[in-house]
Structure formats: C-alpha cells, structure tokens
Design a binder for this molecule. Structure first.
Ligand SMILES: [Zn+2]
Length: 64
C-alpha cells in the first residue's frame, strides 16, 4: 500500500507547526486527527476529517 504524508507547514495553522506525519492513509488520518486536536486545538468532526483528507499527498521519497 502506498504511503501518504501530511505536512503541517502546508496547512494554515496558528501555532507555526512543522510536523510531518507519514504512513498508510488510515494511520496518517488517525495520527493527524489526534495531533490536530492536541496541538492545534481543533475539534474532531467531519470538517476536520475533510481538511485532513484533502491535505494528504504522496509520501516524499525520503519519508517512504
Ligand atoms: Zn501540526
């Protein structure tokens, strides 16, 4: 299965977060949801899930 990543630097956020999470899509969504709630003060829900899902991109070579 292809790995994907999500890069906080590419998502508008107030905390200047630079974290990148890579893995299988469901792993990234689960981890990034927890991260968004814990660090970004987001509220889990359909809107957050949609934002995270739309921010997924193929994992960079160095992360694969
Ligand atoms: Zn972050």
């Amino acid at each position: 299965m292809e790995r994907v990543m999500i890069d906080c630097r590419k998502i508008p956020n107030d905390v200047g977060c630079t974290l990148t999470i890579a893995g299988q899509e469901q792993e990234v969504l689960t981890a990034s949801t927890a991260h968004a709630v814990a660090v970004h003060g987001e509220v889990d829900g359909p809107k957050l899930q949609e934002t995270l899902r739309s921010s997924l991109e193929p994992a960079e070579h160095s992360m694969a």
